[in-house]
Write a protein that binds this ligand. Structure first.
Ligand SMILES: Nc1nc2c(c(=O)[nH]1)N[C@H]1C(S)=C(S)[C@@H](COP(=O)(O)OP(=O)(O)OC[C@H]3O[C@@H](n4cnc5c(N)ncnc54)[C@H](O)[C@@H]3O)O[C@H]1N2
Ligand code: MOO
Length: 416
């Protein structure tokens, strides 16, 4: 039945083989959020940069444990931001984060000392061992250590580390440039325009334009054309002129009289690498390469075929361009038994739940037909069921993917 349709894994392999990493750019740290690191970060500094106190208290020294009951004169004070200080005997009043005066090696918290009436001396109320309450230089990051690998997505937590290390310019992968072309004479772009009989509103265009930036790409051109090969070719040209690395089209790749995309691409000198994949939805998906190494994904027009084509074909290619490793799904038990047709891999609009005990389960939503957008709006994840599986009992483990490759699936509460 699917002799002419490629297995998903084989089709994905072809996509990945034809995708390559984009050039590296130097990005100022403040602009790096959500960019992908293009080279490992090797620390040129130590963190902390100097031995400092973990507590507000008193810094002192000793050969071994300094016992409770010891009395010491207060020699000086060291606050965060104070520079080098040299200590002799005695104790230094010290604040959290302050540099430990040279010669001292431990800190006793202020709660564990008793001050003399004059305030000039302290008595220890607890033993203090060497290194106690000292955050030593390099204990978090040593100089020369690799702290972030190439391919790391830079979120706030990575930016914190880069900022602490004083990395001013970060090598990041260029963002893939994507042109979006929707086809179909039935489509209306302007939400304020009344529909004539037979017309529908374009939902694939807004969906792709919203999703692609979340997947790490820039939409550099977007337009809608009728079922017209010449208009389509002109739209492709404008996408290429805008510097697109990738063109995503929707519609006109199936069997209908107006499904002109495959032929139009051939006439433009594109090399079609596959057309039709054994998946549902999105089976008529087409992948081609245009002169100049531009990848073209011809997504079938049904809205869920577009969503699946983007998530499971375009996004893996974007990951290669961004220098990211292949994605791995999580494995989650099915909330309810699920039956499907064999021989096709199914990508299912799903909702990840968290129950009262904090356990995860995935619900395959009703309304899987590829024209139904409403369940997509209630989905927070995709479940993927392999081609050779036809029936799964409740509790069977299935692959679950987030709504986008940079988004971990976020569960909702079962009672929500
Ligand atoms: N005889 C056959 N007919 C169809 C087959 C088949 O194998 N044999 N495959 C079906 C499958 S599966 C899909 S998916 C669609 C794909 O069709 P096309 O890629 O040619 O897409 P269109 O015909 O242009 O549109 C399909 C459907 O989607 C609506 N659409 C298109 N663009 C948009 C948009 N931007 N926003 C919202 N909706 C859109 C369009 O109006 C159609 O209803 O073919 C099946 N048929
Ligand atoms: O692939 Mo189509 O989206 O099944 O209707």
């Amino acid at each position: 039945m699917n002799q002419d349709a490629l297995a998903y894994d084989a089709a994905l392999r072809i996509v990945l083989e034809h995708s390559s990493a984009l050039p590296t750019q130097a990005c100022p740290l403040a602009a790096c959020l959500d960019r992908v690191l293009a080279a490992p970060i090797v620390s040129e500094a130590a963190l902390p940069p100097f031995d400092n106190s973990a507590m507000d208290g008193f810094a002192l020294r000793g050969d071994a444990t300094v016992p409770a009951g010891t009395e010491l004169a207060i020699e000086g004070e060291q606050a965060a931001g104070d520079g080098i200080a040299c200590a002799r005997d005695g104790a230094w009043e010290i604040m959290t984060g302050a540099r430990i005066p040279d010669g001292l090696d431990r800190v006793i918290p202020v709660e564990q000392v008793e001050r003399s009436a004059t305030g000039a001396r302290i008595k220890l109320l607890a033993d203090v061992g060497p290194g106690q309450n000292v955050r030593s230089a390099g204990s978090d990051v040593a100089h020369g250590e690799t702290v972030l690998a190439a391919g790391t997505l830079l979120r706030a937590q990575q930016l914190a580390l880069l900022a602490a290390l004083g990395v001013a310019e970060v090598p990041v992968a260029a963002r893939p440039r994507v042109a979006v072309v929707c086809t179909g004479r039935e489509l209306v772009d302007d939400p304020a325009q009344a529909l004539s009989p037979g017309q529908i509103r374009n939902s694939n265009g807004p969906f792709l334009a919203a999703r692609l930036p979340l997947a790490g790409a820039d939409v550099v051109h977007q337009e809608t054309v009728g079922d017209d090969a010449a208009a389509f070719a002109a739209a492709l040209r404008r996408g290429l002129d805008a510097g697109a690395n990738v063109i995503v089209t929707s519609g006109a790749v199936s069997m209908g009289r107006y499904d002109f995309v495959p032929q139009a691409l051939e006439r433009r000198g594109a090399r079609t690498l596959f057309h039709k994949v054994a998946i549902r939805p999105g089976k008529p998906l087409l992948f081609a390469r245009l002169p100049g190494n531009v990848l073209l994904f011809g997504l079938p027009g049904n809205p869920i075929a577009v969503a699946v084509g983007l998530r499971f074909f375009v996004e893996p290619a974007l990951r290669v361009m961004l220098g990211m490793p292949r994605e791995r799904p999580c494995r989650v038990p099915l909330l309810r038994a699920y039956e499907k047709k064999p021989r096709l891999r199914f990508f299912l609009k799903s909702r990840l739940h968290i129950d009262a005990q904090g356990r995860l389960a995935v619900e395959v939503l009703d309304g899987q037909e590829s024209y139904r957008i409403r369940p997509l709006a209630h989905a927070n994840a995709w479940a993927a069921i392999p081609a050779d599986v036809d029936a799964l009992p409740a509790g069977a483990m299935v692959d679950v993917h987030g709504p986008g490759h940079l988004e971990f699936p976020l569960p909702c509460r079962s009672d929500a």
